[in-house]
Design a protein around this ligand. Sequence first.
Ligand SMILES: NC(=O)c1ccc[n+]([C@@H]2O[C@H](COP(=O)([O-])OP(=O)(O)OC[C@H]3O[C@@H](n4cnc5c(N)ncnc54)[C@H](O)[C@@H]3O)[C@@H](O)[C@H]2O)c1
Length: 369
Amino acid sequence: MKTIGVGLIGTGYMGKCHALAWTSVKAVFGDTPDIKLAALCEVTSELAAKRAAEFGFAKSTADWRELIADPEVDVVSVTTPNQFHAEMAIRALEAGKHVWCEKPMAPKFADAERMAQAARRSRASAILGYNYIQNPAIRYIRKLIDEKAIGAVNHIRIEMDEDFLADPNQPHSWRSEAAAGYGALDDFAVHPLSLIATLLGRVEAAFGEMSKPYANRPHQGGVRAVETYDIATALLRLPGAISGAIHVNRCAWGRKGRIFVQIFGARGTIVFDQERFNEVGLFVAEGLEEAQGFKQVLMGPAHPPYERFIVAPGHQMGFNDLKIIECRQLIGRMLGEKTLAIDFDEGLAIERTVHAIARASRQGGWATV
Ligand SMILES: NC(=O)c1ccc[n+]([C@@H]2O[C@H](COP(=O)([O-])OP(=O)(O)OC[C@H]3O[C@@H](n4cnc5c(N)ncnc54)[C@H](O)[C@@H]3O)[C@@H](O)[C@H]2O)c1
């Protein structure tokens, strides 16, 4: 494969991140085929043409089926709202195109299953936008766990909080519609679940609670009912008798991009916060008690693939860099390499957990995943 032709559907928040990743991946990693920004799709021809000019795509269209059918498109980035993922990703896989689909897979489990089936049937690669697992800090934490730096892990606790829906006067959007899913569970909880899958394995059982802080939001001069749950909590049982807890909240004033991870083991603790995502905190119970304490490890070229971005330690990576790494992982799979990414099968296991948490919340008891 000499050139990869990219098709992008959706150009909002994530669409721009995908466009930036496709633009930068070769310059950062150096070892990829040439990337051609072939075609872009938006809801209107005008918006599509405007974005294509801004992002540097050769063609634009308001018809995503036309983009998928385009012979110059080898891989499709799906960055539309959740309820469109299944139809677009399945159509792309059936057309033999590789797929980079944003998380979550789909609000309905049956649709996520159909996506996983389409990926299994296809010879193309398909991954999901679980960018946080790509952080060099997370790879380092995985290494610490594997090397038993904190002994046998017994508990993981992850909080994911942001405040973009904290204001009750924030207008209604697709994120408050039931068509997009449960709310904080499939918008946020899937990210902690992707970290748990990467660090410790698949969840076996869940206990959950979902809540709705605001019943209505402003909409077209009036108000419209909020159909989703912006706060969710889950207790988890993991392999090896490890217990877990996740707390997610889209209405958490003051929290901008917090994913606070604590991993407890028999001889130490690892802490990580996405708002300080170039640092890993490590406590090991050794040496004089009076000298014990957390040490902060600042990411640098010793923590791959940090060195691909900048040679200087401590100069900090950012969110878009995680998308560039994720893009390189997809290209690796397209080239037959084994790379770190959440594919549609692993994604389905995350969806299964999300639905188990929701079921547990409704039933008031533990649900098997
Ligand atoms: N990985 C992450 O960290 C992360 C962060 C935010 C959002 N997301 C996910 O990304 C997806 C998009 O979220 P967003 O925040 O970018 O939303 P957004 O509203 O900013 O952008 C969505 C874009 O899709 C376009 N669109 C909608 N229907 C379309 C269609 N039929 N054809 C072409 N374009 C269409 C919209 O016009 C809009 O520009 C969601 O699934 C969300 O869960 C992932």
